[in-house]
Design a protein around this ligand. Structure first.
Ligand SMILES: C[S@@+](CC[C@H](N)C(=O)[O-])C[C@H]1O[C@@H](n2cnc3c(N)ncnc32)[C@H](O)[C@@H]1O
Length: 394
């Protein structure tokens, strides 16, 4: 059992918590990470040292203030009524905005709203004016936090997170910027429904799973329209993109030019057409990150024969690409590939290549806090999921 520290970071994880845990473990190491309940993780790093905007698998970052030996909302409210006035002196002048979010506690939205009004009263008595953001559910959503600027100097979001028989009281420091993600995703000039739309958040997770060093060059050998390249550039890495289709290289170039006009940074970009099974990459990259070829698009669940044909084609391309990369990558190079896994009957059919990674000269990395079966990005309406495979070249 670890001790809770004030100043520790609490992350609220995304829809598939294992992806967020693997990403944090990859960037900060397992010994600093402590999963907390089904939806969160604590990290022994202060929030100010966390580059939150690069984390695709985390929704919220909060700083732990204290731990209460109770899970009763009434007790928690009593604590907040006493403690909130103490933080007011450290806040700048002006009207405050305050929100309350709870996780895992038995407190309805109306109980939380009633507590909010009582907290408003004590803040007013302390001589400050405040607007309380009303809860529609137990926790405020990202849009409410962003629109009400609860992470700005005049904003406060208090987060009460149940951890077993205790409650962590935290203050939110950062919230995922859903508008910035949407702008990067939807406003790019070149998109292509046929090669699929990799969500920027998933691209960030893929890159983070390669744990790149600060001066890394990220290679995506199946770069498509360049989402992984885009997110790598925004994290400050140089990028190298190749794709079988010259048209995709043109699309990536147009998208990265567009990005360069909107975001500051020293963009190091190398793009060229190339078949991943035969191409020579010069110079060799530091890490390899990408969503690979997922097979031809499907409109309904394939029958056994079609599935077999698709899986064979994908196996040939993946095996070819991995053995070609193996000849060129320095030993110890880390790769994260999002490869297809097909929804079939009640489970998934995995890419055959995953059965002979050792023979191809790679070790598959296992995470302490995320089983490999959990590292499958999937939405109910999709027929092909993306299995995140993290490898090291032997
Ligand atoms: C699923 S898309 C990748 C999408 C990309 N992650 C993006 O953000 O747009 C797969 C890409 O692999 C490319 N591809 C297929 N076979 C290939 C091969 N043998 N070598 C290189 N690229 C290949 C396709 O042209 C396609 O652009």
């Amino acid at each position: 059992m670890y001790t809770i520290n004030i100043m520790q970071s609490l992350f609220i994880l995304g829809r598939q918590p294992a992806l967020g845990l693997a990403e944090l473990e990859s960037l900060y190491g397992a010994k600093n990470l402590h999963p907390a309940g089904p939806q969160a993780a604590l990290l022994d790093v202060e929030p100010r040292h966390v580059d939150f905007n690069r984390l695709g698998g985390c929704i919220k970052l909060a700083q732990v203030q204290t731990e209460l030996p109770t899970t009763s909302w009434r007790d928690i409210e009593s604590y907040l009524l006493k403690s909130v006035p103490n933080i007011l002196d450290s806040l700048p002048e002006g009207k405050l905005k305050l929100g309350l979010s709870t996780y895992g506690l038995r407190a309805s939205a109306s109980e939380i709203n009633a507590s909010g009004l009582r907290i408003k009263k004590v803040i007013k008595e302390a001589g400050r004016s405040v607007r309380i953001v009303p809860n529609k559910s137990a926790s405020l959503n990202s849009a409410q936090i962003l629109h009400n600027q609860l992470t700005s100097p005049l904003g406060i979001e208090i987060l009460a997170y149940r951890e077993g028989s205790k409650t962590l009281i935290c203050q939110t420091v950062a919230e995922q910027d859903i508008e910035a993600y949407a702008a990067r995703d939807q406003n790019r000039p070149k998109r292509d429904a046929k090669v699929g739309m990799l969500p920027p958040k998933l691209a960030q997770i893929i890159i983070n799973l390669t744990a790149p060093t600060a001066d890394a060059t990220v290679l995506d050998p199946f770069c498509g329209t360049g989402v992984v390249l885009q997110e790598s550039l925004l994290m400050g890495y140089s990028v190298y993109g190749t794709d079988l289709e010259p048209r995709m290289i043109e699309y990536s170039r147009a998208n990265l030019d567009w990005l360069h006009q909107r975001y500051d940074g020293n963009f190091g970009i190398q793009l060229e057409p190339g078949d991943a099974t035969t191409h020579t990459w010069k110079p060799a990259p530091s890490v390899v990150a990408g969503e690979t070829y997922l097979g031809k698009p499907l409109s309904k669940e394939p029958d056994e024969t079609l599935l077999h044909t698709i899986m064979q084609e994908c196996d040939r391309i993946h095996r070819g690409a991995l053995s070609n990369l193996h000849k060129q990558l320095p030993q110890g190079t880390r790769l994260c590939l999002a490869v297809p896994a097909w929804k079939y009957k009640k489970g998934f059919q995995h890419l055959k290549t995953l059965d002979y990674l050792r023979e191809l000269g790679y070790n598959r990395i296992e995470f302490r806090f995320a089983r490999k079966e959990e590292l499958i990005y999937f939405r109910e309406d999709q027929l092909v999921a993306r299995e995140l495979v993290v490898l090291v070249k032997n």
